[in-house]
Write a protein that binds this ligand. Structure first.
Ligand code: TRP
Ligand code: ZN
Length: 470
């Protein structure tokens, strides 16, 4: 089984009031005469009230930087291509990175100021709804490590030989400005220049790798829409290997040499895991796959960075399966708000269960029944957290993972294998590259099964307490 510590275990439960976080994606309306106003400073997600922004929709990030690990210094230019969704005389970006030396909008220098993670920008000329515009931000210095509500760390985490870069749920503004909420997905290109002994590994496909004057520039292209928290350019001494799945999906793995022997058996199974999940979840959603295995002991968890999950130590097979499953559930199909995190973690955990069964280990039913799952005593505090509202402190605690996975296994028993596996495929296909909510899942489960599942989902997802009948 996967090691619990790899993902970190949170303790206290913090409950938040559910309000719906709406993506800033409303179709531009023709007002006739423009009526300019400031874009909203966030999307209003109660778990992370500053994340995201309103008034525009980011289409593409081009992030170009050089990084000097000895000085921990980055010199960066990020170019954001976006479309205004309202008439804008001001808008915010999320940014917690180092000092900005210049900011232009469509080549015009723009006034800006910083308040917490908000980078408040005043475009002149103003931007009309529907206009595409380009923001170029230049900055240099040391990007920060960010501490999460559960005290885990993310953002830009220096390692012995480079940097480990996880962004969930709020790390991406450490190293690039943007709209940091999963509802504003975009394509990405990275140009990372590092000392020639090192490799900079980003999401997507390697377009070029050129060395001159002792430094190598890696260009990575992430061609499908990606949530900001899934972006990484992780840097270090890596053993790189390139291969492909049987169906031709290219695989790029980067492994810290000190972890190579301990990781080899797990890395060797990546193609099998992708093939197995493709057979039950539907086609792998991205143009490439892989993994980044690094030594970042202070991070202690793995993250499903798009196309290339990142591991802060040598992963076991279950954890590898978990992060690969997220490529369908979490990365391609994304959350609309963080309180629905069980839609990521419950699915990826259930994927571990069925991979384990497929691989000759415990059956999913045995895992469901085990002491760490349904076998927990009814008096355990575990049952006192509502699956659909763990709170920001416990969003990566046990409940979204284990009760989430139990919910799916119980649903499978309730609606039968045929409907259940049809539902998993349909969920991935219908919402490919999109955003979802628990309500969408409940609706689709009822549609696919033709059953009234309201009381089922009520006991598993919306109520406290150990379900005893469903
Ligand atoms: N989503 C990751 C996984 O389960 C875990 C994770 C991301 C995490 N960020 C975190 C765990 C912060 C603890 C704290 O694969
Ligand atoms: Zn996960």
């Amino acid at each position: 089984m996967r090691s619990r510590t790899l993902r970190g275990a949170a303790v206290a439960a913090g409950l938040c009031v559910l309000t719906s976080a709406q993506p800033a994606l409303a179709a531009p309306v023709d007002h006739g005469k423009p009526r300019y106003s400031a874009g909203a400073p966030s999307v209003g997600d109660p778990y992370f009230p500053d994340e995201g922004n309103g008034g525009f929709d980011v289409r593409h990030y081009d992030i170009a930087f050089s990084y000097d690990p000895a000085a921990k210094r980055m010199d960066a230019t990020t170019t954001i291509t976006a479309v205004a969704t309202q008439d804008l005389d001001q808008f915010d970006l999320d940014f917690r990175g180092p000092d900005i030396s210049s900011l232009t909008i469509d080549r015009h220098p723009a006034a800006f100021r910083r308040e917490g993670q908000e980078l408040i920008v005043t475009p002149r000329p103003k931007l009309k709804a529907g206009t595409s515009f380009t923001v170029i931000v230049k900055y240099a210095g040391t990007p920060p490590v960010i501490t999460d509500p559960d005290d885990s760390i993310e953002g830009w985490v220096p390692t012995e030989d480079g940097a480990f870069v996880p962004g969930e749920p709020q790390g991406s503004p450490a190293w690039y400005p943007g709209s940091d909420h999963p509802t504003d997905k975009a394509t990405f290109t990275f140009h990372a220049t590092v000392p020639e002994a090192l490799t900079a590994v980003g999401n997507g496909q390697l377009l070029s790798q050129r060395t001159s004057n002792g430094r190598t520039t890696f260009v990575w292209d992430s061609t499908e829409p990606m949530a900001t928290y899934l972006a990484t350019v992780t840097i270090g001494k890596f053993q790189v290997a390139q291969s492909a799945t049987r169906s031709g999906i290219p695989i790029y793995t980067a492994v810290d040499p000190q972890l190579a022997s301990r990781s080899a058996a797990t890395v060797a199974r990546i193609p099998d895991i992708i093939e197995y999940f493709s057979s039950i979840f539907g086609p792998y959603p991205f143009a490439s796959a892989g993994a980044i295995i690094d030594r970042a002991p202070d991070v202690g968890y793995a993250l499903e960075s798009q196309t290339k999950p990142i591991f802060s130590s040598a992963p076991d097979l279950s954890t590898m399966a978990h992060e690969i499953a997220h490529q369908w559930y979490g990365d391609s199909v994304s959350l609309g708000r963080w309180s629905d995190i069980w839609l990521n973690e419950g699915f990826a955990t259930y994927a571990e269960w069925i991979w384990t069964e497929h691989n000759g280990g415990a059956t999913a039913q045995q895992t469901f029944d085990s002491a760490g799952n349904y076998g927990r005593a009814a008096t355990s505090a575990f049952w006192q957290t509502v699956t659909t509202d763990p709170g920001p402190v416990d969003m990566f605690g046990n409940v979204p993972y284990d009760r989430g996975a139990m919910t799916l296994h119980a649903l499978r028993g309730k609606i039968g294998d045929a409907a259940f596996f049809r539902l998993l495929k349909e969920w991935a296909a219908k919402h490919r590259y999109g955003n979802v909510s628990t309500a969408d899942f409940v609706r689709e489960a009822q549609k696919v099964s033709g059953m009234d599942l309201r009381s089922f989902f009520d006991v598993w997802l919306f109520q406290k307490g150990k379900p005893s009948a469903w």
